[in-house]
Ligand binder design. Sequence first.
Ligand SMILES: Cc1cc2nc3c(=O)[nH]c(=O)nc-3n(C[C@H](O)[C@H](O)[C@H](O)COP(=O)(O)OP(=O)(O)OC[C@H]3O[C@@H](n4cnc5c(N)ncnc54)[C@H](O)[C@@H]3O)c2cc1C
Length: 335
Amino acid sequence: MIVEDASAASSLGPALQPVRPVLDSSAMNETGAPMERPHVAAIDAILGKPFRVLDDGLVRVVDYMGSDESIVQAARVSYGAGTKRIHEDRGLIRYLMRHRHTTPFEMCEIKLHVRVPMDCWRQWIRHRTASVNEYSTRYSVAIDSAQKTPPGGWRLQSKRNKQGSEEYLDPARGAVFSEKEAELHALSRKIYEERLAEGISREQARKDLPLSTYTEAYWKTNLYNLLHFLKLRMDPHAQEEIRAYADTIGREVVSRWCPITWEAFLDYSFHALELSATERNVVAALSASDPTTAVEIAKSAGMLNMVDGRLAKNREREELEAKLRQLNLAVPWGM
Ligand SMILES: Cc1cc2nc3c(=O)[nH]c(=O)nc-3n(C[C@H](O)[C@H](O)[C@H](O)COP(=O)(O)OP(=O)(O)OC[C@H]3O[C@@H](n4cnc5c(N)ncnc54)[C@H](O)[C@@H]3O)c2cc1C
């Protein structure tokens, strides 16, 4: 890690002592010899290979810069590649991830080519920390493909989560909606093409194409922001469609590109359990076999308000209950 003030180095722990307080090009490569570009054989092997997502979507790596080694190198401000043993590199990356020392992860960049239905893309594009070039349907004819839903693929509105879905519509009934979907896709495409044939501008002719129409883009981001995207979009709360893309990027791409970082991300971020101060105190009381104190803490935090003699709905309490179940701790209040 680069530190502006060498006297601050001691607070960074033994693995992070800076090699030099000031970075300059001669310090990085004193011999002036050409530096070799870092390569990751596992990602080179899949460059350009499309990973299929949904019925007609894809993700493929167009280019990348950096590797686990680059993260380590940035953290150590070192040019001694290969002088550290692999378990030390792993230890350093895990330290950086654990302590949210994030900038070394920004040294890695990746450019993906993605093909995504527009409703899913609308969620994706909210991640502002990427550089994007999208296929223009003002300039070119819209892609003639829309995401189709099989009869067994219609999800029902969740009763617990206003944003979510759960369970599936009976496929016999779903077949009716899949058929209507096909009719809608065909009609909207037909009208779109009629407008184009009439000379109507592409920018206006497209306005009634369904959100299920596929779009394509180049999406470039750094590893830090990519992991943030994956944390949010691999999460079960994210919509199934974007989750399919995030899972593919994580498990097929990042796991090959930066395997040590991927492992640390799963461990310290994606599968980690975060506790607020209140939650930690409740867990501590339960671990000390003191459910009465645990209930008092939850009560004073406003999680156990009563309405008509029953516990009022409280999202934070429900989230805490889910965490207690993960920790094999009994929920100490009536549910
Ligand atoms: C399950 C789920 C449900 C969602 N529901 C909704 C919804 O109902 N409505 C809705 O509008 N959105 C919704 N979103 C989108 C969400 O609010 C974010 O816009 C989206 O996830 C992008 O996250 P981000 O801003 O952290 O990412 P990025 O845009 O990539 O930003 C990464 C980080 O950079 C920093 N940053 C970037 N830009 C700024 C800025 N201008 N100012 C300050 N800090 C900045 C922030 O720390 C941010 O976390 C939902 C997202 C998820 C995952």
